[in-house]
Write a protein that binds this ligand. Sequence first.
Ligand SMILES: [Fe+2]
Ligand SMILES: [Fe+2]
Length: 197
Amino acid sequence: MMPVGPLMIEHRLIEKLMPQIREAVEGARRTGMIDPDFVEFALDFVRTYADRCHHGKEEDILFRELDRKPLPPGLRKTMDELVEEHKTGRRVVGELRRAVEAYKRGEEGERGEVGERGDGAAGEAALAAVIEKLEFLAEFYPAHIRKEDEGFFLPCMDYFSPEEQAALLKEEMEFDREFVHKIYRERIAAWAEKIRV
Ligand SMILES: [Fe+2]
Ligand SMILES: [Fe+2]
């Protein structure tokens, strides 16, 4: 398998989230509510799988090695754009996280769980922000993936020998093998800080 093979397989799973997001947005528009658990799931999927695992392999392995190659200006420009798009994705994910937190605070207020009345206008604004960020991601990811799948990944493979391709694939597999351990080591360390009284 070429080193872009696992990345393209990951694209297929990332794409599966997009109709779910669109359905959640449609429901939110209809009912004026959204399931915060779904938004939390989408956030975790995008941050952990799409960004850290998938973009991690792109940036830290494939793009790192491509950067050392005499790429033509067109491919180099595309690679720069892809890196910028990853940054945009991270920014919007941060905005979505803040929006869903505001939405949840509004919901709790509505139910009186935090001892205050919900602010209808603030709740509406929080929901509108959640919808806007979700819609952005549902447009952004398919376009980003198309750019990589259709005009970038395969032409880039011409710059690697079969041996280099095998080494890249091996490094990607090693990245994946370590990934879940790394994530949970970090989470344990983060909680060790937070839980300390
Ligand atoms: Fe990417
Ligand atoms: Fe990708």
